[in-house]
Design a protein around this ligand. Structure first.
Ligand code: SGN
Ligand code: CA
Length: 547
């Protein structure tokens, strides 16, 4: 016979056990609730070429889905507008002068702690596919397949974690998409949250679209930017001396896809000494079948050019180049948009979308003929700002537009915050999660910028700067000592340096103080500027950049 006391004890134990089991279940569901993170980044994708921002150039319906279902950031920017340094800032949450990856030349210092390592330690399954451009392999990834260096548009090589170097046949953007989808479908573990980095090489120079898009895009005509014929008056020597002009610095063969033989026939010299080489490297990499399709479209363009070139004015050459540039650049983006659509579709079909943060961004912005330029590097808006949109169902409401100044510096802390993982104290960004929830006020007053790679390709001088919503104050240094100030509200195209205008004297004093304080806050200094000049000199000694 069970005594009454014993029966009560059993009931109490039963209740306690049930309560424990329930809280275990709750704990489990909390663990399960950690969001997946799909980080999509393309290379050199200008916000001017995303229809969520403006459709004056092209439509990107799939990329736009992310903005429609979530938040579009209209003032996202980078800390250093160049490829590998931007990626290093994203992974480490630290400015270039602290993570050490100041330019594209030096390999990334792998003793840096990156957010993927921290997520992996916290139980995330991690994978990376596409372009990294670090000079070494990424740490903190269960799986990676990355392009060596810049990669190529057709028949790319990949450095893989499992099988060493492999060569694939096909179009690189599509292959990176397939690898990403394949991992989601076959490698992803049900029981762990994931971090998936899906990193396109496109639309990086030399802009080779796939057949399905070059067939159409080569027939299109695009509106010219109002500053296409900028003469750089009213600005400092940096803009005047930069080598990014469509007419004078873009390659005829490599970039505009004029056959080297046609250049010879017309007596056109190479723009840069790798002009014809770049054509051979990219177009020349296609196999016979790919090349036949390519020639069917690009040969008639060459024939037409042969007829026109002898009588073309400089202005007409510039206009012709701009159209050719946009056709290939935007055609390459159309393939990125296709890939993004496929991956978003799969997230929906598989039910993963519900608990997945999806980010679309670029490693920096790009000039699409504004100021007569291509490329990036400068603090002027087209390359300083970068596209950014994020969807996170149940956290970010659909169709949000956020105008706050956010930076690529903020990603690491944002993802750690979303995953409930503590960020190291020396990371320098801010979590964007409060902004995404619509909770943050007084987020940030100004951002800091520092570009280093000079002298180098495109010859953009070293400069550091402070940017507020109203102003941009930049100091160009090393072989010059020049300041530029832009009134962002009055001069959106940044055509007039007002640094020397008496009306702005007060603004200059105030911003210089703030800039000095920012350099202290972020631990940048004259000593570090000099250290990086000395390192660069050592590395580049004897090259054409450093005699
Ligand atoms: C190559 C390009 C440059 C470009 C750099 C860096 N020339 O050198 O135009 O600025 O890469 O780009 S190319 O003719 O070889 O394509 S980055 O995106 O990697 O920073
Ligand atoms: Ca880039």
């Amino acid at each position: 016979m069970i005594t009454r006391q014993y029966a009560i004890l059993l009931i109490v134990v039963g209740i306690l056990l049930t309560a424990c089991a329930q809280s275990d279940n709750q704990a489990e569901s909390v663990v399960k609730k950690k969001p997946n993170i799909l980080f999509i980044m393309s290379d050199d994708h200008a916000y001017q070429a995303i229809s969520a921002y403006s459709n004056h150039l092209t439509e990107t319906p799939n990329i736009d889905r992310i903005a429609k279902e979530g938040m579009l950031f209209t003032n996202a920017c980078v800390t250093n507008s160049i490829c590998a340094p931007s990626r290093a800032v994203i992974l480490t949450g630290k400015h270039s002068h602290l993570n050490g990856k100041i330019d594209n030349m030096f390999p990334f210092d792998t003793t840096n702690i990156t957010f993927p390592q921290l997520l992996q330690n916290a139980g995330y399954q991690t994978a990376m596919f596409g372009k990294l451009h670090f000079g070494n392999n990424p740490k903190g990834f269960d799986e990676f397949q990355i392009l060596p260096g810049q990669g190529t548009y057709y028949n790319p090589d990949f450095i893989t974690k499992q099988h060493g170097k492999v060569r694939e046949t096909g179009y690189t953007t599509d292959i990176i998409t397939d690898k990403t989808l394949n991992w989601l479908k076959t490698e992803r573990k049900e029981e762990e949250p994931f971090l998936l980095m899906y990193l396109h090489k496109a639309p990086h120079r030399e802009w080779l679209p796939p057949e399905r898009h070059y067939k159409n895009f080569t027939k299109k005509i695009f509106p010219e930017p109002s500053t296409l014929f900028d003469d750089y008056e009213g600005r400092g020597s940096a803009a005047k001396e930069a080598e990014m002009n469509l007419l004078t610095h873009m390659n005829w063969a490599g970039d505009s896809k004029i056959r080297p033989e046609v250049m010879d026939e017309l007596g056109i010299p190479e723009t840069a000494k790798w002009d014809k080489g770049a054509y051979k490297r990219e177009v020349g990499r296609q196999n016979e079948a790919q090349r036949a399709k390519w020639d069917a479209v690009y040969d008639p363009i060459n024939e037409d050019f042969k007829k026109r070139f002898p009588t073309m004015t400089e202005k007409e050459k510039m206009q012709w180049r701009y159209q050719r540039y946009m056709q290939d650049y935007l055609g390459s983006i159309a393939a990125v948009d296709d890939g993004v659509g496929e991956v978003l579709d799969y997230l929906e079909e598989s039910g993963l979308a519900e608990n997945t943060i999806v980010v679309y961004t670029s490693d920096q912005g790009f000039y699409l003929g504004e100021h007569g330029w291509f490329d990036k590097r400068f603090i002027y808006d087209e390359s300083f700002k970068t596209p950014l949109m994020v969807k996170w169902p149940n956290v970010i409401k659909p169709n949000q537009i956020n105008t706050t100044m956010v930076q690529n510096l903020d990603f690491a802390q944002t993802f750690l915050d979303a995953a409930g993982v503590a960020a190291p104290a020396d990371m320098q960004g801010e979590s964007l999660v409060p902004l995404m929830k619509g909770e943050a006020e007084n987020f940030r007053e100004a951002v800091y910028y520092h570009y280093y790679e000079y002298p180098s390709v495109h010859m953009v001088k070293r400069h550091y700067a402070i940017v507020t919503e109203e102003y941009k104050l930049a100091h160009f240094y090393f072989d010059v000592d020049e300041w530029e100030l832009y009134d962002r509200k009055k001069d959106g195209n940044e055509m007039k340096n007002v640094y020397h205008e008496p009306a702005y004297a007060e603004v200059v004093i105030e911003l210089k103080e703030k800039l000095a304080a920012m350099r202290v806050k972020y631990k940048d200094s004259k000593e570090l500027d000099q250290k990086y000049i000395d390192m660069y000199a050592e590395k580049m000694k004897g090259t054409k950049w450093w005699k």
